[in-house]
Ligand binder design. Structure first.
Ligand code: GLA
Length: 382
């Protein structure tokens, strides 16, 4: 179906010239959860303000639009396990309870990562690296404790996050350098031991780039050969307007599904701001300085960029719908634009517009584009 016909069809369905952008009540616009029902779950990463209900507008949008949630921060090591003998479970307990209250698929993110990881985990007070045995024991204790606490309640876990460098080799994280390559298989074995029914995922960014994708394909093969019941690869999908191409997204999903695993889109957003670092990276450790030319949309997105973002989201969801047999969920990294990490990365204090809902929680043209993709994929061929 042509884009023009699709727009007309959607306008007819919602009874106006597209979902209103003038402060519509959340009930008056389509629900993504309903639009994609039977294809895949649609979700968002939640901040504490959202799952505690402090952000009432955000929570209302979540409850209407999504049926799966991820925790933006509260299950990361530094937050849930800040000191050797201390776990802080209250925020994560509230996150899981919120998902259960609303009948959502609750995701765990993330167990073994190099970032937001306290230094005590891998170095002692004198600055020396701990031994392999100590680090393995700490990793096991963490995984058994955290996964075990939510056994049967968290559907699946990003067991390892971002183990690869851009060239496809293993990232020289403390995990690799101190334990060695078998930290990967061990992490999955511990998670499986703690909750044998939980789905286990490998999660990373820029897997659409050939070298990194090849590294991930090799890694998945190694995990499967070692008997790890890997359910899915998570493509974080921190995208730009022009990267990766729809064709690259398509072939990436195919490359992993050919290995017999599913593919989830786990942290989707589309950055419309000028690039300030080279390459396609989502490395949270990067920081750059800014100029006003790098922050051009402080008072809103121009129509041309709104349209480009809508077309971009529509073509991405066209790809996702084509592969819906192997995609279990598509999760946005944030609910509304004001929540996005891209307001502060890689430069602090920019005004970013990467999601489907604006700062007032109103649907953007990008939302219409996603709904069009859902309906087009289901429409009988003309
Ligand atoms: C990575 C992590 C996420 C989040 C984002 C940016 O993609 O997996 O948990 O930290 O960076 O916020």
């Amino acid at each position: 179906m042509s884009v023009v016909v699709r727009i007309a069809a959607l306008s007819a369905l919602v009874g106006c010239a597209g979902p209103t952008r003038t402060g519509a009540a959340p009930q008056s616009i389509p629900s993504l959860r309903e639009e994609f029902r039977g294809a895949f779950h649609v979700g968002a990463a939640l901040s504490t303000a959202q799952f505690t209900g402090r952000d009432t507008a955000g929570a209302a949008l979540v409850e209407r639009q999504f049926d799966t949630i991820s925790p933006e921060n509260v299950l990361k090591w530094g937050l849930v396990h800040p000191a050797l003998d201390r776990y802080e479970f209250a925020p994560a307990d509230a996150y899981v309870a919120y998902g259960e209250r609303h009948g959502m698929m609750v995701i765990g993110h993330t167990l073994v990562w190099h970032s937001q990881l306290p230094r005590w985990v891998h170095h002692d007070a004198s600055g020396a690296a701990v031994s392999r045995d100590t680090l393995l024991a700490r990793m096991r204790d963490h995984i058994i404790t955290v996964v075990g606490r939510y056994r049967g309640r968290i559907k699946g876990w990003d067991v390892v996050n971002e183990a690869l460098d851009e060239d496809g080799t293993l990232r020289k994280s403390p995990w690799l350098e101190i334990i060695g390559e078998d930290y990967l298989v061990k992490a999955y074995q511990y998670a499986h031991e703690a909750d044998p029914a939980a789905e286990l995922y490998y999660n990373d960014y820029s897997l659409e780039n050939p070298a990194k994708r090849a590294g991930a394909v090799a890694l998945v093969k190694r995990l499967l050969a070692a008997g790890v019941p890997l359910k899915a690869v998570g493509l974080q999908a921190h995208q730009k307007l022009d990267w990766p191409t729809a064709a690259a997204e398509d072939s990436t999903i195919e490359a992993f599904s050919a290995l017999g695993v599913h593919v989830n889109l786990t942290e989707l957003d589309v950055d419309v701001l000028p690039a300030v670092v080279r390459g396609q990276t989502a490395d949270v450790g990067l920081r750059a300085a800014t100029t006003s030319a790098q922050n051009p949309f402080v008072s809103g997105l121009p129509d041309s960029t709104q349209r480009a973002l809508a077309a971009r989201y529509e073509s991405l969801f066209d790809v996702f719908m084509r592969h819906r047999a192997v995609i279990d969920r598509v999760t946005f990294w944030g609910v509304a634009d004001g929540d996005s990490w891209l307001n502060n990365w890689p430069v602090r204090g920019r005004t970013s517009h990467p999601l489907l809902f604006d700062r007032q929680h109103r649907p953007k043209p990008a939302f219409d584009g996603v709904v069009r993709a859902a309906r087009a994929a289901r429409a009988p061929a003309a």
